[in-house]
Design a protein around this ligand. Structure first.
Ligand SMILES: Nc1nc2c(ncn2[C@@H]2O[C@H](COP(=O)(O)OP(=O)(O)OP(=O)(O)O)[C@@H](O)[C@H]2O)c(=O)[nH]1
Ligand SMILES: [Mg+2]
Length: 354
């Protein structure tokens, strides 16, 4: 099951209490205070893991409460700290405070961690409060409470290229042809019910290999923005892509007018978010091995030529056109990454001069 949003409660461990105790030993009269400090309460930590692809595990457990640190005891013995609870989440998980909506963290690389709730400090024992004039303090501190809050965890997949198109357009087949992923493929609409990721490898001619992550999402139909079909809820997984690849079926069995099919999908994307329709995009005509008289293919090619839209012709069945497509996607993604780097560099330069 694919789950991309959950609400959970986290509570870090309270600190252990400090202890009031006095040294009592034979031959040591008035041994003085020896109450130890309480242990620290364990934190709640999220850790991004590339082995997870959904938040489903967190759907089944809603409360995460760490036990308190150990209390201090006599002989100046400090309480043991309680262990942190490390909760694995998929890469691409955004953590928000439920009350304020504030983004607390965005886990974008495997192994990245964030502390979602800090454990309380242990209280100090009475030996700490001893002074020259107070030889027998009767006070010790209680442990600090651990932080607690309700959180919203939202998964927004991280991919470079998003595949969009009508159901049955051949998105999952293309994904299988470009990457090592094995998405479900079927001769019926809505075969894909949740997003899949795959990695295509691209060589730049200097024996350097680059990786391009591709996301295949469920098909869109006219009215998807109003909830038709599976709706547009999965489009959020394409928000972080560098570019969109529109797949348009031009085979004999496809709809008659591929250009209007393409425009319907553009429209649905615009209805979803302006930021999405401003993303760079390309068009690939799919299933060219069964193009028939090629009239639909010609019409789509002509339209894209007029509009200066990068255009590709592919067949997942014969693998024709796949390599040039991967290369073009790789180049476009590389350019985008460089631009992003320069942009963040520019910003940091500006900041350092202020
Ligand atoms: N002949 C031929 N058939 C293809 C090609 N690509 C996909 N198909 C067929 O088209 C049908 C739909 O393919 P999918 O890859 O499942 O399409 P999809 O866009 O992922 O569909 P949804 O997941 O339902 O949105 C399947 O029967 C595929 O075998 C192709 O290049 N040539
Ligand atoms: Mg599919």
């Amino acid at each position: 099951m694919f789950v991309d949003q959950v609400k959970i409660y986290v509570k870090a461990g309270d600190g252990g209490d400090g202890c009031v105790s006095f040294r009592r030993e034979k031959f040591v009269p008035r041994g003085g205070p020896d109450g130890g400090d309480g242990g620290k309460g364990g934190d709640i930590i999220f850790e991004a893991s590339s082995r997870l692809s959904t938040l489903v595990d967190l759907r089944y457990q809603q409360h995460y409460v760490v036990k308190h640190g150990g209390h201090g005891s006599g002989h100046n013995a400090a309480g043991r700290g309680s262990d942190a609870w490390v909760i694995p989440v998929p890469v691409g998980t955004l953590v928000r405070d439920f009350e304020t909506g504030e983004i607390l963290g965005d886990l974008v690389t495997s192994g990245q961690r964030m502390v979602a709730a800090k454990g309380g400090k242990g209280g100090r024992g009475n030996s700490y409060f001893k002074t020259a004039i107070r030889q027998a303090p009767l006070e010790a501190e209680p442990g600090e409470p651990g932080a607690s809050r309700w959180l919203i965890l939202e998964l927004k997949l991280l991919a470079d290229v998003g595949l969009v198109g009508f159901p049955n357009a051949g998105k999952s087949s293309l994904m299988a042809a470009m990457t090592r992923a094995h998405p479900k493929i079927g001769a019926y609409p809505f075969t894909t019910l949740y997003p899949n990721l795959g990695v295509a490898t691209w060589h730049d001619g200097k024996r350097r290999a680059f990786h391009v992550t591709v996301a295949d999402v469920p098909g869109l139909i006219e009215g998807a923005h109003a909830g038709k079909g599976l709706g547009i809820r999965f489009l959020k997984h394409l928000e972080r892509t560098s570019l969109l690849l529109h797949l348009v079926d031009i085979s004999v069995t496809a709809a008659d007018d591929p250009v209007s099919e393409f425009k319907i999908i553009r429209d649905e994307i615009a209805q979803y978010a302006q930021t999405m329709s401003k993303k760079p995009f390309m068009v690939a005509a799919t299933k060219i091995d069964i193009a028939g008289d090629g009239e639909k293919l010609d019409a789509l090619r002509f339209y894209c030529g007029q509009k200066h839209i990068p255009f590709f012709e592919v067949s997942a069945a014969s693998t024709s056109g796949i390599q040039p497509l991967i290369r073009a996607l790789g180049l476009a993604v590389e350019t985008h990454r460089k631009r992003q780097n320069e942009l963040s560099h520019d910003i940091s330069e500006q900041v350092s001069y202020v």
